[in-house]
Design a protein around this ligand. Structure first.
Ligand SMILES: Cc1cc2nc3c(=O)[nH]c(=O)nc-3n(C[C@H](O)[C@H](O)[C@H](O)COP(=O)(O)O)c2cc1C
Length: 206
């Protein structure tokens, strides 16, 4: 089968890139708005970009002709928190993707606890085993064809200033044990994976 992307619709293209490149992470972003209200939503089009400085990018689209609340808040506060999603909080994180009106705190609505961060204005989510406090580095605008017309997607890059790692997933060396963290992945729209069966493999020296 060959798929000519110029002949494909928006949803098919979303499914193509979001499954060909998978599993994707489920990152749960918490932010604060101009009016002081908290916001949280899950995002899967996300990736580490570099290590030193530790920069992570998240791709945030449009909805109803407007920037999503997460992006509006990041543009205001210039920061955000990435909360790692394990199975214990996946369903609450997914529910936070529903179209809550601006100003509604999705964490409160879904039984999650927002706690103050150390270095950024955005709150972190207590139930997540790992929180990464990030300061905004850059937003790259990308023109995208949405169901309600052309809009600007924001590719947000943030530098991790502080990581909170819960004791039950921390290693004695000061790292994160992925086998205990048990982060879930997204392999297609509404389909997730428990990627906890691991094996080790390294490139041969040449
Ligand atoms: C698992 C999952 C992954 C998602 N990934 C993205 C993403 O990468 N980019 C995006 O714009 N929306 C993504 N969404 C949709 C947003 O979570 C949704 O539009 C949400 O309402 C945005 O909230 P906000 O307006 O409070 O920022 C995803 C939803 C789910 C359930």
């Amino acid at each position: 089968m060959k798929l000519d992307t110029s002949k494909m619709g928006r949803i098919e293209l979303h499914d193509l890139v979001g499954t060909a490149i998978s599993p994707l992470p489920v990152v749960f972003i918490s932010t604060v708005g101009k009016d002081g209200t908290y916001n949280a939503a899950p995002f899967a089009f996300a990736s580490p970009v570099c290590s030193r400085p530790p920069i992570i990018c998240i791709s945030i689209g449009h909805r109803g002709g407007e920037r999503k609340h997460t992006l509006k808040n990041i543009e205001f506060s210039h920061d955000f928190v990435i909360n790692v999603v394990d199975e214990a909080i996946l369903s609450r994180a997914v529910q936070c993707s529903a179209d809550y009106p601006y100003g509604v705190d999705e964490m409160k609505e879904n039984g999650l606890t927002a706690v103050k961060s150390d270095l950024v204005k955005a709150p972190r989510i207590a139930e997540a085993k790992v929180n990464l406090e990030c300061k905004l580095v850059q937003i790259v605008d990308i023109l995208e064809d949405y169901k309600d017309g052309i809009g600007l997607r924001g590719l947000v890059m943030g530098e991790v200033l502080m990581a909170h790692v819960s004791d039950d997933v921390a290693t004695p060396e000061g790292g994160i044990d992925p086998r205990r963290l048990k982060a879930v992945g997204r392999i297609a729209s509404g389909v997730y994976i428990r990627g906890w069966e691991t094996f080790e493999l390294k490139a041969r020296r040449v």
